[in-house]
Design a protein around this ligand. Sequence first.
Ligand code: ADP
Ligand code: MG
Length: 413
Amino acid sequence: MKLDTKALRYLTAEDWRVLTAVEMGSKNHEIVPTALIVQLSGLRGGSGVHKSISTLAKANLITRMKNAKYDGYRLTYGGLDYLALHTHIKHTTLYSTGNCIGVGKESDIYVVASPSGQQLVLKIHRLGRISFRNIKNNRDYLKHRASASWMYMSRLSALKEYSFMQVLRRNGFHVPEPVAQSRHTIVMELVDAFPLRQIQNVPDPARLYAELIDVILRLASFGLIHGDFNEFNVLLKEDEIFKEPGTKTSKSEQQSQEPETKSRNIMLTPIIIDFPQMVSIDHTNAEMYFDRDVNCIKRFFERRFNFVSDELGPHFADARRLAARKKGKRLDVEVEASGFSKKMAKELEKYMRAVGVDGDGGHDDDDRAREHSDEADPDDSLDGSYDEANEDTEVPSSQDSGTALMSSDAGIA
Ligand code: ADP
Ligand code: MG
């Protein structure tokens, strides 16, 4: 879905209050009755509210809906995007949006900038945009939670990812620095690197392989399994390091295969991203997830670099042993303490299973192409709750790059 930020510039403070009122009303109503919007907005004099409602509907931030009993409005994905952007702007996290650098099955990734001009990444979680074949298969599950479920689940997914990023970062893992989270969005550090998927050669595949397996095992030692560990979710950062001739070579510098006499070396650091599918090592299917992570890396190294490790495994038993040895520090528990509860984890997992969220892993290019063609099935929406999912999967053109989101006097309350 295209992130069209044009209307952000002209919405008034009252429009924002009304949009927020629709969001609040959505918690308990699939279609928020107009009278409730008026009440929740706290604005006196109905006509102003109606004017705002019409502005918001024209900008596709809310949609008029009828049910048997009453007329009302529903927040669209665009409306939720605006509310999140508004919060990021208010907290001075964000100033402008730039290019879309990724459209995944469950997210859109944009380069954005802070007011000081620092480039950042905005990840918008979109759990409604899924394989409609799976929705058909799971209509019963989804029927009972059609009410704003895509919105709630996308929020949970963002909250989960943000909580894990914070905890991982705090514990020394190489992940992008998490900056802020609002609703279904995360703002994080922009890593200046390509995904491993796009890298054709590395100086020492064996070393890189060992490092990645080490990350998988280190996660396990803290009680965690990534759940979607593959060449799409590893960014390979290149840092140039200069050394005096004759100085000892550090571990990281050994990546370089240039002769000792040269002073220029490249250090490769794998940065891990994409955490909505992370699970605890105590999860019922932990072994399957662990093996899948390991096998994704093995398969990729064999295909891309012709590299096969002499060592078998690692196996889940190794992961368990490591976790048991490291007494005390369990990050799955730390994440729970940070606000992403077990109950939320279960809800999200159930939904992800029902709608067929399976991450980037285990997909060939053919599979991915097929998945995407599923999404474009125009007649197949569910009870009006998923209709935006089909609306538009276009990537914003480069003309959208670097758009300031609001004029300085815009309605930031
Ligand atoms: P998805 O869940 O859709 O797979 P990801 O978090 O994996 O979303 O991001 C999709 C793509 O966007 C990545 O493969 C990577 O190319 C790019 N990307 C995501 N986060 C960052 C970041 N912090 N810095 C640079 N590129 C990123
Ligand atoms: Mg990914």
